[in-house]
Design a binder for this molecule. Structure first.
Ligand SMILES: C[S@@+](CC[C@H](N)C(=O)[O-])C[C@H]1O[C@@H](n2cnc3c(N)ncnc32)[C@H](O)[C@@H]1O
Length: 343
């Protein structure tokens, strides 16, 4: 059976000519979670439009289609018939909420939402939680969460979120967006805010939102929890218990103006220094069997250096998750590195 995956026009917008290659690298990671082996994966153009084509020994089972529906660049899937016609296969991407949860926030320094989804996908699939990809309930941590792009994607997938952000303005704007969103969509939720004190010092402000994605979920007690800490990620140890997240997905400051806006205690303009200091904290937050997905600007943080720091923290770089280096703009060449914590 031959399949053709049509890439979302937005993928070309984000990655320009690199979109098909990135989609192919992402598909390679998804392939590990499918019941059906994929073969003959190739980028192709049909009538001037980019597709990724692949072969499977038979028709893809529903669960495989459900998984592939979440590829960050997937727009539509087709079976290619013997006479080269395209027969649509319905995609069923995870969408606990309306997609405007992801698309409304727009601000300088936002990590592109499609790229964030890619990073979350490949990290989840590299972790021991891969089998729960479609089931929800995975705890997704973003220890540099900004205004919550990763956390919103985690909610969208039905997972829980835990964010840390040093910039109080970002935290406030994010939570105010979220509360307005939940009210406007009439979704039942509760909120809780309190300072976290250690040794007579306030080390963080903790904000918790518990939400049911629908009336049915509310009735049956199915909720998702989102915690955002206004804190220095280097204080994570003082604020959070060990092994509290299943995956860590984070976009490091790019070391250029739009990627690192000033926080209360001064945001590091040297992402490698921040990473070196933060990795032991983040490693501790991960459950055994968990995975960490980092994205970074290779112009300021070469991949080898990031890999070395990650290995020094006790994690193992996932060499099977590769092929994501791409150009963002004149100053940013972004790459992805995923590492596992031994089970
Ligand atoms: C590249 S941005 C992430 C943006 C985020 N993914 C989003 O879409 O909103 C990196 C973030 O790290 C935050 N940051 C930098 N140093 C930090 C620290 N020591 N503790 C917590 N957050 C920090 C910055 O304020 C910034 O929001």
């Amino acid at each position: 059976m031959r399949y053709a995956l049509l890439l979302a026009p937005s993928a070309n917008h984000v990655y320009a000519a690199q979109a098909p290659a990135l989609a192919r690298a992402e598909l390679a990671v998804f392939a590990g979670a499918l019941a059906t082996p994929l073969d003959e994966v190739a980028e192709t153009t049909v009538a001037g439009v980019d597709y990724l084509v692949f072969e499977a020994p038979g028709r893809l089972p529903a669960r495989d289609v459900a998984l592939l529906s979440n590829l960050s660049a997937a727009y539509a899937l087709f079976e290619v018939t013997d006479d080269d016609l395209l027969r649509p296969v319905e995609l069923t991407p995870l969408a606990r909420y309306d997609t405007d949860l992801i698309t409304i926030p727009k601000y300088a320094g936002k990590t592109n939402e499609q790229f964030t989804r890619l990073l979350l996908n490949v990290t989840l699939l590299a972790s021991d939680s891969a089998g729960r990809f479609l089931d929800g309930g995975v705890v997704v941590g973003d220890p540099l969460c900004g205004r919550g792009t990763t956390l919103n994607q985690a909610l969208m997938y039905g997972h829980d979120g835990l964010g840390i952000e040093i910039d109080g303005k970002d935290v406030e704007i994010y939570l105010s967006f979220l509360k307005t969103y939940l009210k406007r969509k009439r979704l039942k939720h509760t909120t809780d805010f309190h300072p976290v004190r250690r040794d007579k010092r306030t080390v963080a402000r903790r904000m918790e939102v518990v939400v049911a994605a629908s009336k049915d979920d509310h009735r049956s007690g199915v909720t998702q929890k989102l915690v955002v800490l206004h804190a220095d990620t280097l204080d994570a140890q003082a604020v959070l218990r060990p092994a509290c997240v299943d995956v860590i997905v984070t976009d490091l400051p790019y070391g250029v103006a739009h990627g690192s806006h000033g926080g209360e205690r001064g945001v590091s303009r040297r992402p490698a220094q921040l990473l070196a200091a933060a990795l032991p904290e983040w490693e501790r937050l991960l459950r055994p069997g968990g995975a960490m997905g980092l994205s970074f600007n290779t112009r300021v943080s070469p991949r080898d250096e990031v890999a070395e720091l990650v290995e020094e923290s006790g994690l193992t770089v996932a060499d099977d998750v590769t092929g994501f280096l791409h150009r963002v703009d004149q100053t940013v060449e972004r790459d992805v590195l995923v590492a596992r914590k031994p089970a």
